[in-house]
Design a protein around this ligand. Structure first.
Ligand code: ACO
Length: 428
């Protein structure tokens, strides 16, 4: 809290509201005394001007295109780190020493198995169930399997739940995928590293060993780093809102998965590929751009725009470069990439997109890479969920560790009927 104040005048009443200063970024006006002092709430649909919590995990400067995890620039982490180290950083606040990293990796590795009943539970789904539906349900069900980690007040239980979620998410995700294509579930192999182990669970068949191009694992690891956290986005805010009620970690993360699924959020990467396939050919791009500008069409360019980044998405820059590298190294010649590049070019010079600061976001490119890595389209958002689990659970833990937590309970502007008398059924 700073010693500065803002003064707000409503009718003839003025109220002095304290400013809250963070370590970086704009200061916030603490409006918590507002209703008490003036009888008014604030109105901020979509929470575009509202900070709901204090957090020390991730910093974004949307105007400058800055993204820091625990103070470290995303560009440096993307170049020098790997996903599991980033997960440790998000959870613990510091980069690990080699001994700490080895212990963390060993612990995660030894929690990757899922209970056989979780497998049976997945097998109860219809064969064509969307893997996000299966993932969301299976993660919510974990609280029924791991009763020893549902006491939110116990720091050791919180930590173990975090490890379990980070470790089991790829196992459950890969099992959901294999079930959908009728392949037997592959169990996690402890001699492999996190991302490679996941790729083996996805693609290895019993009849022959998997030959994995290291470029594939490297690209996936990078995507996981870029998607690991993004401060108070819709799914993380959902995890925190559910967490604020005292719900267990598995239920809270399942709620985050549900929020991530929407096409305005994590579902955008799947929607991008569907959109590119619909456009079909670079010669149809102009028509698609015109449709996206027509408000009556209800069509938006998927993978464009961002609530916070208004100049560029730093993750999109990193991934754009990686996209070309992956396609070259894997020798992929994908006509959808031509559509994507033409679309990017057309939108970037169109006044509608320029004026509204709508740039390609991380998901515009992530789908193209996933496709090149042979990840099926329905699994794109699942990939995002695996990576974001590290961020979600770091926020859930922070929320429980920070003093002064309150249940999240927004207010509303009521626009319904004013009081009226009940009319008996035979009189209506
Ligand atoms: N295509 C066409 N027009 C768009 C797009 C788009 N992708 N995005 C925003 N606009 C327009 C809106 O119609 C609006 O125009 P107006 O001012 O004339 O009414 C203006 O740009 C502002 O849009 P809002 O919806 O108010 O912006 P908001 O910050 O609420 O939404 C969002 C951001 C949801 C990301 C939006 O840009 C969108 O729907 N993008 C497509 C989906 C997508 O790619 N989502 C992934 C986000 S990144 C992530 O979750 C990792």
């Amino acid at each position: 809290m700073s010693d500065k104040n803002a003064t707000l005048t409503v009718a003839d009443r003025s109220v002095s509201l304290p400013l809250v200063e963070g370590s970086q970024g704009p200061s916030c006006i603490d409006i918590s005394p507002l209703y008490r002092e003036t009888g008014h709430f604030t109105f901020d649909p979509g929470f575009a001007a509202t900070a709901a919590c204090k957090s020390a995990i991730t910093f974004i400067d949307g105007d400058k295109g800055v993204l820091l995890y625990r103070g470290y620039p995303i560009e440096q982490l993307a170049e020098k780190s790997r996903f599991l180290e980033v997960a440790y950083l998000l959870l613990e606040g510091e980069l690990p020493s080699s001994a700490e990293m080895a212990k963390f990796e060993d612990t995660v590795t030894h929690h990757t198995m899922m209970h056989e009943s979780v497998k049976n539970f997945l097998h109860g789904f219809h064969y064509d169930a969307h893997p996000m539906a299966m993932l969301c349900a299976a993660i919510a069900s974990l609280s029924a399997f791991y009763h020893d980690t549902v006491d939110n007040e116990d720091p050791a239980q919180r930590k173990l739940a975090a490890i379990r979620l980070i470790a089991k998410m790829p196992t459950i995700a890969a099992a959901a995928y294999r079930y959908s294509i009728g392949w037997p579930v592959r169990y996690p192999r402890n001699n492999l590293e996190y991302v490679t182990r996941f790729l083996h669970m996805m693609f290895e068949v019993p009849s022959e060993p998997l030959e994995l191009n290291p470029v594939v694992a490297k690209a996936l690891d990078l995507l996981f780093i870029l998607h690991a956290d993004h401060e108070q986005n819709a799914s993380t805010s959902t995890v925190r809102l559910v967490g604020s009620t005292g719900a267990n970690p598995y239920a809270s993360i399942a709620a985050g998965i549900a929020a991530l699924w929407g096409p305005a959020h994590g579902g955008a990467n799947e929607a991008v590929l569907k959109m590119l396939a619909e456009i079909g050919d670079a010669k149809n791009v102009e028509k698609a751009v015109a449709r996206a500008k027509d408000k009556d069409s209800g069509f938006r360019l998927m993978g464009f725009g961002h609530r916070v980044y208004k100049n560029f998405d730093p993750r999109a820059r990193i991934i754009r470069e990686m996209t070309h590298k992956v396609l070259d190294e894997l020798g992929v010649d994908d006509p959808l990439l031509d559509v994507a590049l033409k679309l990017e070019e057309a939108a970037l010079k169109d006044d509608y997109f320029v004026e509204r600061k709508l740039y390609p976001n991380v998901d515009f490119y992530s789908g193209i890479i996933y496709k090149a890595l042979r990840i099926p389209t329905e699994m794109f958002t699942v990939m995002f969920a695996i990576a974001r689990t590290a961020g979600w659970i770091a926020h859930w833990i922070e929320q429980h560790e920070m003093p002064g937590g309150r249940i999240g309970r927004p207010r509303q502007v009521y626009v319904g009927a004013t009081p009226r008398d009940y009319v008996a059924l035979d009189k209506r």
